[in-house]
Design a protein around this ligand. Sequence first.
Ligand code: FMN
Length: 332
Amino acid sequence: MNSDKTHPYPMQRFSVAPMLDWTDRHCRYFHRLLSGQTLLYTEMITTGAILFGKGDYLAYSQEEQPVALQLGGSDPQALAECARRAEALGYSEINLNAGCPSDRVQNGRFGACLMAEPELVADCVKAMKDAVSIPVTVKTRIGIDDSDSYEFLQRFITVVSEQGDCDNFTLHARKAWLSGLSPKENREIPPLDYPRVYQVKQEFPHLTIAINGGIKTLEQAKEHLQYVDGVMMGREAYQNPGILAQVDRELFGIEGDIRQASDVVEAMYPYIEQELSKGTYLGHITRHMLGLFQGIPGARQFRRHLSENAHKAGADVEVLRQALALVTGKDS
Ligand SMILES: Cc1cc2nc3c(=O)[nH]c(=O)nc-3n(C[C@H](O)[C@H](O)[C@H](O)COP(=O)(O)O)c2cc1C
């Protein structure tokens, strides 16, 4: 087993995946209350949005740390500039998206189609590494379309690690079809191939390799950690966030009380009040909390109360208090 002592980047041992529209800053704030150790990724943010957009796309709360920024783009200088800004703001890592198969992303010549251009990915990583001193990592698939042999993946990793000086990859253990499948189908239809990811770690033992795709329990995560350095969990962590409360103890060996879900809800109140005073809608925060009590009596009522009330005009923290009382059976 890879021991923490030799891990160059220990927090990557377990992470929550970048997920567009899901892992926004409110979601990350909530996840951080559940686990102090898990590495949290932003949604993919394009270099265009950061450099030319009107919103403050890099805004986050210090409480979310450690947070990795995932960038979408393929222009080395633009990526370097975004990485520089992110490092100045305190982000812990820059991750390049070379795995998203959506059409919109392909038109911008980034995401999974970058797997076909390892030299360009190397240039991108190199430019970012020259610009910052925080880790620069790449998230990709194990293949695209008919380029799904081990040799194809091996060449990608070789070029990006040698020419781009990239020493850290997260591999979603399925290939992507660049046309014909929706992004959602591309997360479900191509079969998972974990041994292929293990093979990469075996052949490139000096690289940090994290595995992603279809991992649903911490037992499964532990099993993978016998072969690779890190596990990234996406949909399960989002839909069943209570799982994160076990991570510090189960995967990082940190003794101490497991955070109770109801305490985490209460710990969200001050954050929510602060956000509401800035004009954020309650529902934009509580939507990430709907799955919190999965498997516990009252979970359905909690979910329903929030779904029905958090989007109403003027909804405030009281709605969440009422929802919590439906699970705990006490007025808080
Ligand atoms: C709603 C949603 C949005 C996603 N957005 C991104 C993204 O912005 N960047 C990215 O690299 N992957 C994205 N993904 C893919 C996940 O990061 C992850 O690779 C995938 O869901 C497989 O992991 P899982 O089986 O644990 O969910 C997204 C997945 C979902 C469900």
